[in-house]
Design a protein around this ligand. Structure first.
Ligand code: ZN
Length: 385
């Protein structure tokens, strides 16, 4: 048995091979590796046999089957493929300032490039937390194009003036925004519209539903203190998701939003950076998972003055989120929440730092590496199962 810390640095190298292989139907034997199963405190020296993309055996001294591809792991560490629990693969840099120039073909091509970056970094699964991803998810999950296995939420559900309202100041009431038309998000108000939007996503392949339950840092119409969606509207989304055998995840920052989400039956809170310890305790008691984004909150927002495209108001909000996040991560660890991690990053130049969402928990918060890695492996698997 060797400690995981000793071999942490080798993880990504080995996973590069796994990500590429995931697209092939074959038998592969990986030898000379130390295996971490996503849960244990230590690694175990073993060989790993993979048949048609399924791990079928993990033990020392496996005899290679005929025609097997053999990979010598060179004593590195082999871990489960990493899971990004908050991707936006179909939202790319430049898109949010150019809604009138949006082009689905170009966006799809850029998303394809981004997905190769995920595989190169060892991320073999991504839960997409909103955007026009349903068609791409079908293509990836059916093996037609390479990419991480996708759990798509489809279009965001947002109220008018909510966090996914990409309309303009001069819109008429009821106008359909260009991005809404292209599947970015549904502006759905009232129980009936929320139910229909949730059903539209699910019939097109969404594996869970994403709602916007409060304000954000970068958006135009919704101050961060706002609570979005009434209890009845949230319950409508949860009811449709539950009837479909799945759950709702919600964008929410503060106590009022998060507690309303829990009242409605939401199972995963995204961000959560401005809540009190009391709310964290409630999340623990009611088994509501936390999905947190370390790069955004602890790295980028540590120096908001350097984010050139932020207004003074956005920089002030980012600074507040940074302070809240440090406190919130501490409480979440103290009360042992189900913590999962994700990027919430847009486009290849940002998602290239995907693993930093895990390593920042070790480097900036002093978390144990195994505890941090569980957020992107076994904890994430628990939420997805
Ligand atoms: Zn997001």
């Amino acid at each position: 048995m060797k400690t995981l810390k000793t071999h942490f640095i080798y993880v990504i190298t080995v996973l590069f091979s796994i990500g590429t292989m995931a697209q092939q139907k074959s038998t592969t034997l990986i030898t000379n590796v130390n295996v971490w199963d996503g849960k244990a405190a230590a690694v175990v020296a073993a060989d790993v046999l993979i048949e048609d993309n399924i791990i079928t055996e993990v033990k020392p001294g496996i005899t290679a089957p005929e025609n097997a591809i053999i990979i010598d792991g060179n004593g590195g560490t082999l871990i489960p493929g990493l899971i990004d629990m908050h991707a936006h693969l179909a939202i790319q840099e430049g898109m949010l300032v150019g809604r009138d120039g949006y082009d689905q073909m170009a966006m799809g091509a850029r998303t394809g490039k981004d997905m190769m970056g995920y595989l190169d970094q060892g991320f073999t699964t991504a839960r997409d937390a909103g955007g026009n991803i349903l068609g791409i998810a079908k293509a990836v999950n059916n093996g037609l194009i390479p990419g991480p296995r996708l759990f798509p939420s489809g279009a965001f559900l947002s109220q008018t003036g909510g966090h996914a309202d990409t309309g303009s100041f001069n819109d008429e009431m009821g106008a359909t925004d260009p991005l809404e038309y292209h599947g970015f998000g549904y502006i759905a108000d009232g129980v009936a519209e929320v139910q229909k939007a949730a059903r539209m996503n699910l019939r097109a392949g969404a594996t869970q539903i994403k709602i916007m339950a409060g304000g954000g840092v970068a958006s135009e119409f919704d101050p961060i203190h706002t609570t979005q969606y009434s209890l009845e509207e949230m319950k409508a989304a949860v009811g449709i998701a539950n009837d479909y055998g799945t759950y709702v995840l919600a964008h929410a920052y503060h106590d009022r939003s998060v507690n309303r989400c829990i009242d409605a039956g939401v199972k995963v809170i995204e961000h959560n950076f401005l809540v009190s310890e009391k709310t964290i305790k409630r999340m623990k008691k009611e088994e509501v998972a936390l999905s947190a984004q370390a790069v955004m909150s602890l790295v980028a927002f540590a120096a908001p003055e350097k984010i050139t495209f932020f207004s003074a108001d956005q920089k002030a909000k980012a600074s507040r989120v940074y302070k809240g996040a440090k406190q919130m991560f501490g409480w979440a660890q103290k009360h042992d929440l189900i913590i999962v991690t994700g990027g919430d990053m847009f486009g290849p130049s940002y998602t290239g730092a995907q693993a930093t969402n895990i390593t920042a928990l070790v480097d900036l918060l002093g978390w144990d590496p195994v505890y941090a890695l569980k957020t992107a492996t076994s904890n994430a698997g628990h939420v997805l199962s």
